[in-house]
Design a protein around this ligand. Structure first.
Ligand code: AMP
Length: 484
């Protein structure tokens, strides 16, 4: 069944990873490995486009990278010396193949493949204008808006068309693209999402995170700068800064939860940042206890930092089953509850009779915390103190991290005492916003700081305009439904 609504948008809740490589005989195989390391950024679908000098070879699939891109047969079909790849995770709307990236378009100036991490905030407005002028959309991703803007631009070269297109979009983006003679990497002027440059011998690589360089033994060169566009071709790397300068606003939630702890993003080790946040949390909200227990896996580095700072033993009091996807992927509340039980189990021997400090990275809906606190009590904990290594999540993200609408965010509905009652803990504390910035090496939160972060999910201070949301054309429009 196909109900066509060109203004559909299922992209408000999207997280992704991107990878690109130019000038290697095994480009697709290396891209598959890179995507495997970026699997945490998107687990619903993945795709690779490779160019062999004549043909753009594209394979896109629903599901994990390892399930779809590990066979010789598939990789063998993706011939080429250049490739780009994408992992996608969108929790609302249909998960259909037509939305899986990289997107490919035959432009008047040649073939063009594009993969995007982030979220455009004026997608609906631009899409409406394009449709009115005759564009026929094939997917419901905001990335396709960029493709149509490029296709209809009057500039001569693909690069100039891409710059023209990106000057019209608002929002967060780290994109990789492939033409018949180059790959391109670009970050939005605020640098909200990460994108780094690596080298394997003489071969340039672009990736969302450094862990995707490590997996193939490539060296980290530098981060792509906010507002920078790099072109990598047979002559090497060319850098341009085609957008007006803007304040740096890297997503602080990448450090708290989203990026992999073994990655270094924007010059900071994610693992170290999380440990520092845990230490700040311990300084700010001390409580007498016998053991510190992380909510695995994302709470582990912060719990280590907390335990070290507080001088309280760190114990693995919860064991995680790694064969279950992230709780958030489950589409309904009912299944989400089930998911949490499937995922975590108490390590009872450590807990009975103890005063426990539980450390998690964040509370979103509160589902995880409710389950875990109850699990600690059922395992015989004498006291359960919940400590959260981020400030209360009070606002939705519109720039590419999946957060539910505000009315589903626990901290948008309740104060800390009410949340403590709801979760069932003996005490609850969050790291303060200034504590978070101190952990990131700043004196405090300072909005005039040009080395700043986007912390809108904690403060409501949105650095990039929310055009679609303000116009009421966000996720409320009807959506495209398709079955194979
Ligand atoms: P909740 O159970 O709704 O309170 O969500 C909090 C849990 O989900 C924490 O354990 C986090 O590690 C994890 N989490 C936080 N943000 C996200 C996200 N954007 N996507 C997936 N999981 C998340």
């Amino acid at each position: 069944m196909l109900t066509t609504n060109p203004f559909d948008d299922d992209t408000l809740h999207e997280e992704c990873g991107v990878f690109a490589i130019y000038g290697h005989a095994e480009a697709a195989a290396l891209t598959a490995l890179g995507l495997h390391a970026l699997q945490h950024r998107g687990q619903e679908a993945a795709g690779i486009a490779a160019f062999d000098g004549k043909t753009f070879n594209v394979q896109r699939a629903l599901g994990h990278v390892g399930d779809n891109f590990s066979s010789q047969e598939v990789i063998g079909r993706l011939k080429g010396h250049a490739a780009i790849g994408h992992t996608r995770y969108a929790t609302t709307g249909d998960v259909v193949l037509r939305n899986v990236q990289p997107l490919f378009a035959e432009l008047s100036v040649g073939g063009f493949a594009l993969a995007h991490n982030g979220n455009l905030t004026n997608n609906q407005k631009l899409r409406r204008r394009l449709v009115e002028r005759g564009s026929i959309f094939q997917s419901t991703t905001d990335t396709e808006v960029v493709v149509h803007l490029i296709a209809t631009s009057l500039n001569n070269t693909v690069v100039d068309r891409m710059i023209d297109a990106l000057r019209q979009v608002e929002g967060a983006y780290s994109c990789v693209a492939m033409l018949d003679d180059a790959i391109i990497g670009v970050r939005d002027p605020n640098g909200v999402r990460p994108l780094c440059l690596g080298k394997l011998g003489d071969v340039y690589i672009l990736a969302s995170e450094t862990c995707a360089l490590d997996i193939i033994g490539a060296d980290f060169v530098r981060d792509i700068e906010p507002g920078e566009l790099v072109i990598i071709d047979k002559d090497g790397l060319h850098s341009r800064h085609p957008f007006p300068r803007a304040q740096r606003r890297f997503c602080i939630f990448e450090h708290i939860y989203f990026a992999r702890p073994d990655s270094v993003v924007e010059g900071t080790s994610v693992y170290e940042a999380r440990k520092h946040i845990g230490a700040e949390l311990a300084r700010e909200s001390h409580v007498d206890a016998d053991i510190v227990i992380p909510v695995p896996d994302s709470g582990v580095p912060a719990a280590l930092g907390y335990a070290n700072e507080a001088g309280i033993p760190f114990e693995l009091g919860i064991i995680r089953n790694h064969y279950v996807g992230r709780t958030f992927i489950e589409p309904t509340d009912q299944i989400r509850h089930l998911g949490v039980r499937l995922k975590h189990n108490a390590n009872r021997a450590n807990i009975a009779g103890k005063r426990v400090i539980l450390v998690d990275d964040s509370i979103v809906r509160g589902t995880t915390s409710v389950k875990i606190v109850a699990m600690m009590r059922a395992a015989g904990a004498r006291e359960v103190h919940m400590r959260i290594a981020s400030p209360p999540t009070t606002h939705s993200c519109f720039y590419g991290v999946n957060t539910p609408e505000r009315n589903k965010l626990l901290a948008a509905q309740m104060d800390i005492e009410e949340m403590n009652d709801f979760i069932g803990s003996d005490s609850l504390a969050f790291v303060s916003i200034d504590g978070l910035y101190r952990a990131m090496g700043k004196r405090s939160r300072n909005t005039s700081d040009d080395q700043g972060y986007c912390d809108a999910c904690f403060t409501g201070d949105y650095p990039i305009s929310l055009t679609d949301h303000d116009n009421g054309s966000g996720a409320t429009v009807s959506r495209l439904a398709e079955s194979a």
